[in-house]
Each structure stands twice: as structure tokens, then as C-alpha cells.
Design a protein around this ligand. Sequence first.
Ligand code: NAD
Length: 359
Amino acid sequence: MDSFTYKTNPSHVIFGPAGGASSQLLEQLTQKKLHAALILSTSRQVDKAANIEQFLETKAVGVFSKAAMHTPVDTTLEAVRAAKDLKADSLVSIGGGSTIGLGKAVSTRTGLPHFCIPTTYSGSEMTPILGETVDGVKTTRRDVKILPESVIYDVKLTLSLPSSISVISGVNAIAHAVEALYAPDTNPIIRMMAKEGIRALSQALPAIAESPHNSEARNKALYGAWLCGVCLGSTTMSLHHKLCHTLGGSLNLPHAETHTILLPHTFAYNSPSVATAGCDLAEALEGSDGDPVTGLNNFLDRLGAPRALKEIGMQEEDIDRVASLAVQNPYSNPREVEERGIRELLRRAWAGEQAKADL
Ligand code: NAD
């Protein structure tokens, strides 16, 4: 076995019973002698936030429901002002990566403890990573202080996630685990979590796509998303995440869709250099028949997932620009990142072609 270092992020995770998030949260706040929680959400999920506010009664001071994708700093500063005006002593984020990002951004600025109730599979709740946007430019930082105080998973809150968003959010989670399989700082524990996370999500997502209210599949997906989030928070991500970041930052493409479309292509690009990770992925990914690239192609087709960047806002003329941006700043990747190969990878992903390991 290769030598390795195993370091874990401090975390407190509660997998509660369906419908139990509010009472788990109340217990947490009471234990920590907190009595003035500000609840954060997007405008779309304000009802869920209001339900929690109602349940907490005097232990809640209000709802701030303006969370937005990519954590715009203007919104964060508005939420910081609201937290101060309302004399909040804690933050509760209920929602996906956008709301959790707001919780992290407000918590790091105010020092308020952040309790997180995830309702998608983004995995942000398990990472010490915060991406923020000022004037359309996104910067990302990593600090253990960014980690939420506690994470409460409640399957009932995920049942309302439309199946189309569930599918792309779940594939976004799988992408964290795939890159953890070959990360420069991976280790046997993380690889075990990555395989289990991929296995759970690849079994659950087809069932959710068919029937979004399937609680058993939802539970499995949430469990898989947690494991994949741990992988993201514990290792260094490579080509796949960097390319998604470049596409999101330079063209404002939607986060989970971009991850979904690119995953088979970025894995195909790296596949000549990651034979062991390829075997692990093929073993974990339901129905992959020993070939990870074909397995990913087939998996996305089976889910009816988006496959073409041109359908989510990318123009053909953007390919060259993004390819040259992608090779500008060196980062860790198992295979050298060459502009010619990246351009062809992007062209295939733009056109919606199947990924092939011949790049
Ligand atoms: P999101 O949080 O933007 O949610 C997508 C939409 O779905 C929103 O309108 C939201 O209100 C709605 N929604 C969420 N849960 C729902 C539910 N259960 N029922 C009905 N509607 C629901 O999407 P996301 O993919 O979870 O997060 C994307 C953001 O998270 C991006 O900004 C990305 O950069 C960030 N992110 C950060 C990390 C990290 O580690 N820092 C990790 C992953 C993603």
C-alpha cells in the first residue's frame, strides 16, 4: 500500500428521522444555549424557513430569504446587517449550496455558529470551502472556520426537490467523489467513502428520476451526498472542478448542470492516467459493466440528464476562450492539462456527444 496521511475535518452530523429536522435543531440550539436564530433560505424555499421559524417560536428572530447562486457579497452584507439588527446569536441555513454558501459567508463575517439543513445533494455542508462573487468574479477560499457547527439531514425536506434538479444535484455530488478517487491527497478512507457515495447515489438517482417521492431512494441519495461532500471537503479537486469553475465564472453557466455534462468528458480525459480510479469507479457505478467512461455516458442517458453545454447557454465561439483559460493557472491533475485536448473535450461536451477515452 502507498504511504498516506489521513486528516479529517471536525464535523457534527445528524441523520434524523423523516420530518425531524426542526426538533433536532431546537435540541441543538437549546444544548448550546442559543436563543436567537436567523433562518436563511432562497425565496423559493421561504415556506420551509417559515415553518422552522414557527417551530422555534421565541428561539427564532426572523427569516432572510434572499440566498442566491454563487453567494453574491452584496446579499451577504445585507444578511449580516439583518443578523446584527435582529441581534441574532446563530444562523440556520435551510436549502441547497446557495443557501449554505450564504450561511458560511455570514458566519465567517460575524462569528455566529451556523446550523445547516441541506435540501439538495451539493455537499457544501461538509466542506470548509466558500465561493463568493463580487461584480461577477468568483473567488474561493478554504478555512476550517467555514465549516458549519452542525449538519442536520432530514429526508422529508428533499422530497420536494424536482426530479430534474435531483438528478443534476446528485451527479454534482458523484463528481466530488470521482475526483477524490484520484486526488493527490486521497487516502484509503476517502476512497472507501467515495466508492460508497457513488454506489449509493447511482442506485438512488434512477429511482428518484422515476418517482421523486420515493423516500427510500431519497434516503440513500442523501447518505451518498453526505459521503461525497466529505470527499470534496477532504481532498484537492482537479481538472473536472477547475473546468466547471472556469465555465461557471466566465460564462455564468448553471453549477450542477455544468458538472453533470462535463463529468464523463473530464473522466475520459484523465482516464489514461488513473487506471485504479477507473476500476474503483466502474465497480461502484451501478450498471457500468467494467468501463467507467461508457458507464458514465449510459448512466446520464438513463437519467435523462442534460448532455450538451450548448443547451445551457454556452456558444461555440466560447470553446477556444475557455480552453485557453483552463490551462492558464497550473493545478494538480493526474494528466498534464493540454489546451488541444481540453478544446476537444469542450467541443464534445458543447455538442452533446458521448464521452470517449481517446483525447
Ligand atoms: P441551489 O442551492 O442553488 O438550489 C437550486 C434551486 O433549488 C434553488 O432555487 C433552491 O431554492 C431550490 N431547492 C433547493 N432544495 C429544494 C427542495 N428540497 N425542494 C424544492 N426546491 C429546492 O443549488 P445547489 O446545486 O444545491 O447549489 C449550487 C451552489 O452551491 C453554487 O453556488 C455552488 O458554487 C455552491 N456549492 C458550493 C460547494 C462548497 O463546497 N462550497 C459545494 C457544492 C456547491
